[in-house]
Design a binder for this molecule. Structure first.
Ligand SMILES: *Cc1c(COP(=O)(O)O)cnc(C)c1O
Length: 437
């Protein structure tokens, strides 16, 4: 079984309490407070190694971690140690990766509206590749590179027109997506690059067909389309594109009803399409985000108030919710949970886990069977490593949680809990509003 096919981190054990990475989760909650993000290092490194093993037949596979899934300095260090490069989408991500000591030639800058300031920063840091998304970007990137006397090495982001069966908001490869060039616009941009954009060096094509993908066939179709385009471009322009970036998107198992394919199955779909078209593309990039980090992460909450709606459902409210995990309210995402300190209790209650934020839609899990919960119980929500902290907000002026890394019965803080002073640290009171005693 691939790690992305497991709901829980691989080191999860049921001892007196639930443990991950050899650490008792009730003790972690006690020591660091809740809500608390917990990342299991063994699960994270394990899936990195699975990706490398699955693609070992390709000499020039370039594994890129899509940092937007979870971008903190310690996580970047681990991925760097595992030999991954980085897909980044903002100055903030580029800066985090740079400050974490990554060789910037292994970094790609992606996004549909990169600002001039971000492009400058990326060029100054000698970023390896730009994934050029649109005509406007090609124009300003060329202009800025020219001013600096630099050459920007680029991939062209294309929309291959694949509909994968995932939530609307996380589909990106279908025809009317906001991302990338339509295939019918490729000739125009290539002609502009070869005739006018002398500071752009075209290296290849890039696509990303969506997220939380369960169908290996989607990757087969994607590779087929990209390989055919590369061959067509060679024939028409004599340009040998040596690089193909197939994006990320492999799904994970949030609940029992999710059935993501293994990483090996994904690799086989890519290989099969490459063989079918006898494609010789020296460099292939793959950019997983969610499948790298999701399973390694859990969030701990403390149970507080409860409400039994007469003749209706029973709510248990926890001390976090939509600000630390916006996915349920944004995507109707589903999660699985357990009561850390009640492993041997029978699951006698059907409850809805509500967040503490002032929105009726702030529900973490709708109707889950759990033991009877009392205030102070610790609830562990699984598979929160990706797109939780990275999408977190300070809604209701609540401090963002801390994050700890667990390994071999040891825990380390990798993100400090925000303080009340952090919350007001960016505020400014104009002189005329100041209160003088
Ligand atoms: C978001 C994104 C990824 C990662 O997607 P996951 O579903 O998290 O694997 C990869 N490539 C691009 C271009 C992206 O925008």
């Amino acid at each position: 079984m691939s790690i992305n096919q497991s709901i829980k981190p691989i080191t999860t054990e049921e001892k007196e309490n639930l443990t991950i990475g050899g650490c008792d989760l009730a003790e972690l909650a006690q020591k660091y407070g809740t809500p608390l993000y917990v990342i299991d290092e063994a699960t994270l490194r394990g899936i990195c190694r699975e990706y490398k093993a699955a693609f070992k037949d390709y000499d020039n596979i370039r594994m890129m971690y899509a940092s937007k899934a979870l971008c903190t300095s310690a996580i970047i260090r681990i991925l760097d140690e595992e030999g991954f490069g980085f897909d980044t989408v903002s100055a903030g991500e580029i800066y985090t990766v740079y400050k974490s000591g990554v060789n910037m030639s292994k970094v790609l800058f992606n996004g549909n509206n990169k600002t001039a300031r971000e492009i400058e920063l990326a060029l100054d840091y000698k970023i390896g590749r730009f994934s050029v998304d649109n005509f406007y970007e090609a124009e300003i990137l060329n202009g800025i590179a020219e001013k600096k006397g630099l050459q920007a090495e680029i991939l062209l982001r294309v929309t291959p027109g694949i509909e994968c069966h995932t939530h609307d908001y996380i589909q990106t490869g279908q025809i009317d997506s906001k991302f990338g060039f339509d295939l019918s616009q490729l000739d125009e941009i290539i002609e502009l690059i070869t005739s006018r954009y002398k500071n752009l060096t075209l290296k290849g094509v890039h696509a990303h067909i969506g997220s939380q993908i369960f169908e290996p066939k989607s990757y087969y179709d994607e590779v087929e389309i990209l390989v055919k385009e590369i061959a067509r471009i060679k024939q028409k322009y004599g340009i040998d594109l040596k690089e193909m970036n197939i994006g990320g998107g492999l799904g994970v198992k949030y609940t029992d009803s999710d059935t993501p394919p293994s990483i090996k199955t994904l690799a086989d779909a890519v290989t099969e399409a490459m063989h079918k078209y006898a494609a010789e593309i020296p460099v292939i990039y793959i950019e997983p985000g969610r499948s790298i980090i999701s399973t390694a992460g859990v969030t701990l909450y403390t149970a507080g108030s409860s409400k039994q709606v007469p003749g209706g459902r029973k709510y248990i409210a926890v001390d976090g919710g939509m600000a630390d995990n916006p996915r349920p309210s944004m995507y109707q995402a589903e999660y699985t949970a357990e009561v850390v300190n009640k492993l041997n209790y029978t699951k006698t209650e059907r409850i809805t886990i509500a967040g503490r934020y002032c929105e009726s839609g702030d529900i973490l899990i709708n109707e889950i069977d759990l033991p009877e919960i009392e205030p102070g119980d610790i609830i562990c929500v699984y598979n929160t490593g990706a797109y939780n902290y990275s999408m977190a907000s300070n809604y209701n002026r609540v401090e963002k949680p801390a994050m700890v890394l667990v390994n071999n019965s040891h825990s380390d803080i990798i993100v400090y809990r925000e303080t009340l002073d952090n919350l007001i640290s960016f505020d400014n009171i104009p002189d005329r509003l100041k209160k003088y005693d």
